[in-house]
Write a protein that binds this ligand. Structure first.
Ligand code: OXT
Ligand code: ADP
Ligand code: MG
Length: 564
C-alpha cells in the first residue's frame, strides 16, 4: 500500500490518537521522551488532557484507577525499556486488582533488539510484559493500529478486567498511509464487556442454599463496586434483609451507615454466618483463603464471579454463580423474592456493630499528648461526613488499617487504596486520577513511608491545580518512629525526624500546613477542601502509636532463634 499512496496522508501518530479518541479516551497519563514525545504534544493540541508525571509507575497507577472508576480502560504512555519497566509495575498491579488499563510504550527497532545489537533503550518489551497482563500486542504496520486498539480495549474490559500492553516500535509512529484508508481501518467495538448471564440451574442452586440459611451474609468486594450496578446490589441487600460486610474498596457501595452494615461486627459475621454470598470478592489472603479461625463455624459459599476458574480457588464453593455481577444479582433477587428475612440474626449483628461503633467512638474522642491514629482519624471522619462524594485515597500500614476502620464511606467507589497487593506508592497517582476523572475534591491519607514512594507527584498535583488534600500521617517511620538506633546507624525502620512535609508541599507550589492537634487538623482539612487548592497537611502522630505491620502482623515473619 505504501507505494500506492496518493492524496492526503496520515501516519502512526495520528492513527493512534484517532483510535484512542474514537474509543472514548480523553485522558492519557504518562511520561514523555524518545520516541513518544510527539504523542503528548499532539494529544494536548487536539484539546485532550495529558497528565504528565514524574515517574511512569505513578502514571500507571493513575491509569489503572481511572479504569476502576470509569469502567473504561485507563491509558498510560511511556518511553522504552526503563520507562516501560516503571509502567509495568502498575500494569501488573492493575491486572492483579482486575482494573482495566492499557499501557502503551514506545520501543526500539525490532531488527536491532532481536539481534541484541545494543539499540538505544534496547529491551524485548513485549515478552517482558506478557506474564504481567491479560494480553500483550505489538503493532507493526500503521494499518493495524485500529485493530490493535480495539483488541486492547476488548481484552481490558471483557470478562475479568485487567491490564493490556501495546508495544509500538518507534518507526511506526512516523510511517504513513492514505488518510482515507487509515480512517477505514478504525472502529469501535460493539459491546466490549458483554453481560454474562448465569445458568438457571446455577441460580436455583444458589437460591435454595440462601433460602435454607439461618445466618446468611453478603460479602461485597471491589468487583461488585466496579460493576456499577449499585442500585441492584442495594436492592438485593434490602429485599432479603441479609447483613452485608464490605471489603475495603467496596466500602460505601451500600453505605457504611446502612442499618444492615455488619462492617463493625466483622469477626462475628465471618465466624458465625452459615451461608456466605461472595459478590465480586476473591477468597484470597485478605479473606484468609476462606478457612481457619477467621471463618469459625463451617460455611457454605455462594460465589458470584465473572471468571469461572476463580471458583474453588481455595475452598469448595457450594453454589457458584458464574456471570457478571449485575446479571447474577438480579437473578438472585428474582429467585429470592418474598424470602423470609433473617431478622433475629440481623438484629444480633446490628447489636454487635452498634457496640463496636460506640466503643470506637470513645477512643476517637480521647485526647492524647501527641495525636494518635484514633483521635486524628476521628477528626478527619467528622469533617468528611459533610462531603460524602469526596474520593478518599488511602495507603500505609497503620495509616491504612485505622483509616479503613474509622472513616465511613457513604457512596460507591469513593475509596481507593492499596488493593490486592497491599502496595505502597499508589497514593499520588490514584489522587491525580480520582480528581481528573471525577472532577471532585480528593483527600489522600498516607503513611509517611507510603507517601515517599510517589511524593514527587505532589508537583504534578499542583501543576494541574487539582483539588487534592494530602494528609501525611507523620509518625517518623515504617509502622513506628520510635525504634532504638543500632550502634553507629540510623534504624532501618525510621525516617529523618526533621522532615517537613508541609514545607515540601509549599516548595512545590501548594499550600502546606503542619498540625499537632485534632482541632488544627480539622481546621486545615476543612479549609483545604473549601479552597480547592492542592494542600499538604503534615500531621504529627505519636511515633509510638503504630503497631508492626498494622492489622496484618500475623503475616510478618520473625526469627524463632532471636536477633543477633
Ligand atoms: O470485628 P473485629 O473485632 O475483628 O473488629 C474489626 C471490625 O469489626 C472493626 N470495625 C469497626 N469498629 C467500629 N466502628 C466501625 N465503623 C468499624 N469498622 C470496622 O474493626 C476491626 C477491623 O476491621 P477491618 O479493618 O474491616 O478488618 P480486618 O480484620 O483488619 O480485615 C482483614 C483485612 C486483611 C481484610 C484488612 O486488614 C485489610 O484489608 N488489610 C489490608 C492490609 C494491607 O494491605 N496493608 C498494606 C501492606 S503492609 C506492608 O506490606 C507495608 N510495607 C511493605 C511494602 C509494601 N507494602 N509495598 C511496597 C511497594 N514496598 C514495601 C511498607 C513499606 S506497609 C509499609 C509502610 C508503612 O509505613 P507508613 O508510614 O506508610 O504507615 P504507618 O504504619 O502509619 O507508619
Ligand atoms: P476484594 O479485594 O474487594 O475482595 P477482589 O479484587 O479480590 O475484591 O475480587 C474481585 C473479583 O470480582 C474478581 O475475582 C473479578 O473476577 C470479579 N469481577 C470483576 N468485575 C466483575 C463483574 N463485572 N462481574 C462479575 N465479577 C467481576
Ligand atoms: Mg509511618
Amino acid at each position: 500500500e505504501i507505494q500506492n499512496q496518493t492524496g492526503e496522508l496520515t501516519d502512526g501518530f495520528h492513527l493512534l490518537m484517532d483510535a484512542l479518541e474514537m474509543n472514548g479516551i480523553t485522558n492519557i497519563y504518562g511520561l514523555l521522551g524518545i520516541p513518544v514525545t510527539e504523542v503528548g504534544r499532539m494529544w494536548q493540541a487536539r484539546g485532550n488532557k495529558f497528565y504528565s508525571f514524574r515517574n511512569e509507575q505513578n502514571a500507571g497507577y493513575a491509569a489503572s484507577v481511572a479504569g476502576y472508576l470509569t469502567k473504561k480502560p485507563g491509558v498510560c504512555l511511556t518511553v522504552s525499556a526503563p520507562g516501560f519497566l516503571n509502567g509495568l509495575t502498575a500494569l501488573a498491579n492493575a491486572t492483579t486488582n482486575c482494573f482495566p488499563m492499557i499501557l502503551i510504550s514506545g520501543s526500539s527497532e525490532r531488527e536491532i533488539v532481536d539481534l541484541q545489537q545494543g539499540d538505544y533503550e534496547e529491551m524485548d518489551q513485549l515478552n517482558m510484559a506478557r506474564p504481567h497482563c491479560k494480553a500483550a500486542y505489538r503493532i507493526n504496520r500503521p494499518e493495524d493500529i485500529g485493530v490493535a486498539v480495539v483488541r486492547a480495549v476488548r481484552a481490558a474490559l471483557s470478562g475479568r478486567p485487567g491490564g493490556v500492553y501495546l508495544d509500538i516500535p518507534a518507526r511506526l509512529f512516523s510511517q504513513t498511509m492514505s488518510a482515507e484508508e487509515g480512517k477505514k481501518s478504525l472502529w469501535v467495538p460493539v459491546d466490549p464487556a458483554p453481560a454474562q448471564i448465569p445458568a438457571p440451574e446455577a441460580v436455583k442452586r444458589a437460591v435454595d442454599l440462601i433460602k435454607g440459611a439461618k445466618k446468611p451474609l453478603i460479602l461485597l468486594g471491589k468487583g461488585a463496586a466496579y460493576a456499577q450496578c449499585d442500585d441492584d446490589i442495594k436492592a438485593l441487600v434490602e429485599e432479603t434483609g441479609i447483613p452485608f460486610t464490605p471489603m475495603s474498596m467496596a466500602k460505601g457501595l451500600v453505605s457504611d451507615t446502612h442499618p444492615q452494615c455488619g462492617a463493625a461486627a466483622r469477626s462475628m459475621v465471618l465466624q458465625e454466618s452459615d451461608v456466605v454470598i461472595l459478590i465480586g470478592a476473591r477468597l484470597n489472603w485478605l479473606l484468609s483463603h476462606g478457612k481457619g479461625k477467621t471463618w469459625g463455624s463451617p460455611k457454605q459459599f455462594v460465589q458470584i464471579d465473572i471468571k469461572a476458574d476463580e471458583i474453588d480457588s481455595n475452598v469448595p464453593i457450594a453454589a457458584p454463580l458464574v456471570g457478571d455481577v449485575q446479571s447474577c444479582v438480579n437473578a438472585l433477587r428474582a429467585g429470592l423474592k418474598g424470602m423470609a428475612k433473617p431478622t433475629e440474626w440481623m438484629n444480633a449483628v446490628a447489636e454487635r456493630a452498634a457496640g463496636s461503633r460506640s466503643k470506637l467512638a470513645s477512643k476517637l474522642s480521647t485526647p492524647t499528648p501527641i495525636m494518635n491514629y484514633h483521635n486524628s482519624l476521628g477528626t478527619i471522619r467528622d469533617v468528611l461526613k459533610n462531603y460524602p462524594d469526596i474520593i478518599l485515597v488511602n495507603e500505609g500500614a497503620n495509616a491504612l488499617d485505622n483509616a479503613r476502620m474509622v472513616i465511613d464511606q457513604y457512596q460507591p467507589r469513593k475509596r481507593v487504596d492499596t488493593g490486592t497487593w497491599g502496595v505502597m506508592g499508589v497514593g499520588m497517582g490514584s489522587a491525580v486520577a480520582a480528581a481528573a476523572e471525577s472532577g471532585k475534591p480528593v483527600v489522600a491519607i498516607c503513611g509517611d513511608s507510603a507517601f515517599g514512594f510517589s511524593g514527587m507527584e505532589f508537583e504534578t498535583i499542583t501543576r494541574y491545580n487539582l483539588p487534592v488534600t494530602v494528609i501525611i500521617m507523620n509518625n517518623g517511620g515504617i509502622y513506628r518512629g520510635d525504634e532504638a538506633n543500632p550502634e553507629h546507624q540510623f534504624s532501618c525502620m525510621k525516617f529523618n525526624p526533621e522532615t517537613r512535609y508541609d514545607m515540601f508541599g509549599k516548595s512545590l507550589g501548594g499550600e502546606g500546613v503542619r498540625v499537632e492537634t485534632p482541632e488544627d487538623l480539622a481546621k486545615a482539612l476543612e479549609a483545604s477542601i473549601k479552597s480547592g487548592k492542592p494542600t499538604m497537611i503534615d500531621a504529627i502522630i505519636d511515633p509510638a502509636a503504630g503497631v508492626e505491620s498494622g492489622r496484618i502482623g500475623n503475616l510478618n515473619i520473625v526469627s524463632t532463634i532471636g536477633k543477633k
